[in-house]
Design a protein around this ligand. Structure first.
Ligand code: ATP
Length: 190
């Protein structure tokens, strides 16, 4: 049976923390593919999210050279607040006879009890949580699988903050993403 990983997030912007997460989980679980799914409006984070088109474009650039990676615009096209359950139902119907894995970093665990239809989510996809610096991988709910990956202390929030302070983010994101941010002058205004 085919195995597909789904990595949801704001990707505001995509950075090496996301890419290492996707690559290490793909390798460890022998996934055939990882699909990056940028949210439109996330239910739990509302601070200054860049238009979906930019975030989608940056993912495209970041994953262009990895044949196992793909990006989906289901949430950015659907508009409104993005709920993982809606996306998983759609992907479930699109990929028949496929085992679905929902990938996330350990910071997501603190929000999980608040997610819409979390029980249904766990029935559609196997939830895989990887360590992220600053967020413990202990006391994980029983139905969730954990995976130890190379820790990379990078967050999109820090990247946005550095840009505002006119500091370098050069080696936090792939070169093409760096160039795209510069060209479009992203995150430099308040
Ligand atoms: P922000 O700082 O704006 O909140 P973020 O860097 O946390 O953003 P998201 O787009 O919210 O990025 O993350 C998408 C997914 O990637 C989440 O599951 C998150 O846990 C995971 N992730 C992001 N950065 C890392 C990292 N450095 N290590 C491991 N997992 C990560």
């Amino acid at each position: 049976m085919k195995k597909i990983g789904i990595l949801g997030g704001t990707f505001n912007p995509i950075h090496f923390g996301h890419l290492i997460l996707a690559e290490e989980v793909r390798e460890a679980l022998k996934l055939d593919k990882v699909i990056f799914v940028p949210t439109n409006l996330p239910p739990h984070k509302h601070n200054n999210i860049l238009e979906g088109k930019y975030r989608y474009d940056m993912i495209k650039l970041a994953i262009a050279d990895n044949k196992y990676f793909d990006v989906s615009d289901v949430e950015t096209k659907r508009g409104g607040v993005s709920f993982t359950i809606d996306t998983l139902r759609l992907l479930r119907s699109r990929y028949k006879k496929t085992q679905l894995f929902f990938i996330s970093g350990s910071d997501v665990l603190k929000y999980l009890p608040k997610w819409k239809d979390v029980d249904k989510i766990l029935k559609i996809a196997k939830f895989v949580v990887a360590n992220r610096p600053g967020y413990s991988l202990k006391k994980i709910p029983r139905k969730i699988t954990t995976l130890e990956i190379r820790p990379l202390a990078i967050s999109a929030y820090e990247i946005r903050k550095l840009i505002k302070k006119k500091r370098s983010i050069r080696y936090f994101v792939p070169k093409e993403v760096f160039k795209y941010i510069e060209k479009n002058k992203l995150y430099s205004k308040n």
